[in-house]
Design a protein around this ligand. Structure first.
Ligand SMILES: [Zn+2]
Ligand SMILES: [Zn+2]
Length: 377
């Protein structure tokens, strides 16, 4: 990992002899340039993190000296953050005082709410019509009593000394020769960056309380298994409690006992008897709007399909309905009554003397094949 790291001076466009002020200015420029709020190019976030790492080292005289002397290898164990695993917002608040109020205007990215997820299951008929569902779920909300501060009335907040207000701390773990570093939520202040002095009774200082909530989710017709419906503001509050994230409802579609979905089309496999296939029949088939009768013509073959126009599902975007396709499967009876067997034997005798058109040509071609006669078309 150390091998493909870029030179920190190069990252910030600095010279070895650049002054601390120049280091600060260069980082400020790079961070503003690559902050994902302003720069939507792919890779901007990585560049932002790379610049942050370079700044953390070069802005600290001791670390800078180690780096100047031994390069990246000299910093192993010198306690730099693993920026690649940190959220941009957290990095930004780490160096927040460098930026003043550059990002203060507008909805700040660093105070986005937390998205949460729930699931809902629809029948195929509900997919066809669209559905409205009441969903009851539990979420964290800002504590009513303390307004999210976690402090008892009149108690004073102090900056957390464990994390210095950064809300996160670094954990080091040694496994053999390897030292792994991860950034975790500060356990002392539980990721708030401050201590409440005296905790609020209602939320025990967390600033949050669990609440039951009901929302109505509108599912559009034609939705697919695995899609999500977003309920804006249905999620959990941001760090300072000003914004709520979204609730994502993951859609499941219950399998239908007879109808199989294929995009916007439906497939129904219907078994018919040999006699029905040979003689033709009217059969009843299921659709999403009820039973329908269709005509099977005489001489229907195994696997033949019949299309019911517009009996499929509406397209999610266009609303155009797909079709329902009926596929017939011809069932050979497993058990015959005495009478059925007699009749079928009688049928077989006649059939050998007067074979049907398909089998006739097949057996004639087969005979010709084995006697070496040229096949006639
Ligand atoms: Zn409270
Ligand atoms: Zn802390």
């Amino acid at each position: 990992m150390v091998a493909n790291k870029r030179d920190y001076y190069e990252v910030l466009g600095l010279k070895r002899e650049s002054s601390p002020d120049e280091v600060k200015r260069a980082f400020r420029q790079a961070a503003l340039k690559y902050h994902p709020d302003r720069n939507r190019e792919p890779g901007a976030e990585d560049k932002f993190k790379e610049a942050s790492e370079a700044y953390e080292v070069l802005s600290d005289p001791q670390r800078r000296q180690l780096y100047d002397r031994y390069g990246h290898a000299g910093l192993n164990g010198a306690g730099t953050h693993d920026f690649s695993s940190m959220r941009v917002d957290d990095i930004f608040s780490m160096f927040g005082d460098l930026f003043g109020d550059v990002f203060a205007a507008g909805p700040a990215r660093e105070d986005r709410g937390v998205d949460i997820r729930t699931e809902l299951t629809l029948t195929l008929s509900e997919v066809a019509t669209g559905a409205e569902r009441s969903i009851r779920y539990t979420r964290e909300e800002v504590c009513d009593r303390c307004g999210g501060s976690g402090a008892a009335p009149g108690a004073k907040r102090t900056t957390c000394r464990t994390c210095g207000g950064y809300k996160v701390v670094e954990r080091q773990a040694s496994v053999g020769f390897f030292v792994s570093r991860t950034v975790v939520e500060c356990p002392t202040c539980r990721g708030r960056g401050f201590l409440a002095g005296q905790d609020c009774d209602a939320c025990a200082g967390s600033g949050r309380s669990e609440k039951q909530r009901t929302v109505t989710v509108k599912v559009p017709p034609g939705v697919h298994e695995g899609q999500s419906i977003r309920v804006r503001g249905g999620g959990e509050p941001s760090a300072n409690g000003a914004n709520y994230g979204d609730l994502h409802c993951l859609v499941h579609v219950q399998p239908h006992p007879f109808l199989e979905r294929d995009g916007d089309h439906l497939l129904c496999r219907v078994p018919i008897s040999i006699a029905q296939a040979a003689l033709g029949a009217h059969i009843e088939v299921p659709t999403l709007r009820g039973k329908r009768s269709i005509r099977i013509p005489p001489g229907t073959q195994f696997g033949a399909t019949f299309t019911l126009d517009g009996e499929g599902l509406p397209n999610l975007r266009t609303g155009r309905r797909g079709n329902e396709v009926i596929q017939v499967l011809i069932e050979v009876p497993r058990k015959l009554t005495r009478e059925q067997e007699d009749l079928l034997r009688r049928f077989a005798e006649i059939e050998t003397r007067h074979p049907g058109p398909e089998s006739k040509s097949f057996f004639e071609r087969l005979k010709a094949y084995f006697t070496g006669q040229p096949e006639d078309q």
